[in-house]
Design a protein around this ligand. Structure first.
Ligand SMILES: [Zn+2]
Length: 244
């Protein structure tokens, strides 16, 4: 099933959970990731189902080849059929009705929209991407196209929470040196990282204050895919687009 929110200004934000698709165990059911070992025809069917549920043409949904970096691509249409898909972790468009999609299973999916300027972005912020600044890079690309941070609506989707994302002490120190708000501790008292908190701090610093989180921890929720919990598993998707 898919949570879909339409703002009064015409921006659509949607996040999937794992139910309502055709994929078999261990990808059951609505796996939207094409590079996780699931049957390609199942992924295609699931992407079709999700698009239909959102009132989108599946051919007008743009996916990316995510690499845990801070690269941004500005797009004005789908990639050429069978052509290369750029290795980036954020997409930006000014094309109304064109949906941008981000795949995750614990990482933070970040959806951004300035409906007044007519600019939207989708970003994949895992720990490395958050530290590398993929979200500020996406906001910079948006402002370059006329967006204003104070007008941007940001939504972050289901992701592993700071009480569950255990890391070695040295890694927490490294992440916190880059983004102090990401410092966290697990519910059992060991070093952890809160990627979503890091993203929120980055957005606040840029003047993006309309930020809401889905409030779901993927590792704790049986309705969501979690790479840290299951290793071989599917991918959730976040979608953002503007009304035509
Ligand atoms: Zn959690």
């Amino acid at each position: 099933m898919i949570g879909h929110h339409l703002t009064t200004s015409g921006a659509h934000f949607a996040f999937t959970d794992r139910w309502g698709g055709v994929s078999a165990v261990p990808y059951e059911e609505l796996n939207l990731g094409g590079a996780v070992g699931d049957a390609p025809e199942a992924v295609r069917a699931n992407r079709g189902r999700a698009a239909a549920a959102l009132g989108l043409d599946p051919a007008r949904v743009v996916w990316m080849n995510q690499v845990h970096g801070a690269g941004v691509a500005v797009v004005d249409g789908p990639w050429e059929d069978g052509g290369p898909v750029p290795a980036v972790d954020a997409l930006v468009t000014t094309r109304r009705g064109l949906a941008l999609a981000v795949l995750t299973a614990d990482c933070v999916p970040v959806l951004l929209a300035d409906p007044v300027a007519g600019v939207v972005a989708a970003a994949h912020a895992g720990r490395p991407g958050m530290v590398a600044g993929v979200v500020p890079a996406a906001v910079a690309a948006m402002t370059g196209l006329g967006a204003e941070p104070g007008r941007i609506t940001a939504r972050t989707g289901p992701a592993v929470c700071g009480r569950c994302y255990e890391v070695p002490e040295a890694m927490r120190a490294e992440v916190a040196a880059a983004e102090p708000d990401a410092w966290a501790e697990t519910s059992w008292g060991t070093p952890a990282v809160d990627v979503a908190a890091g993203v929120r701090a980055q957005l606040a610093r840029l003047g993006v204050t309309d930020v809401e989180d889905a409030g779901v921890c993927t590792l704790e929720s049986g309705d969501h895919y979690s790479y840290r919990r299951d290793r071989t598993t599917g991918r959730l998707a976040g979608y953002v687009w503007l009304d035509r």
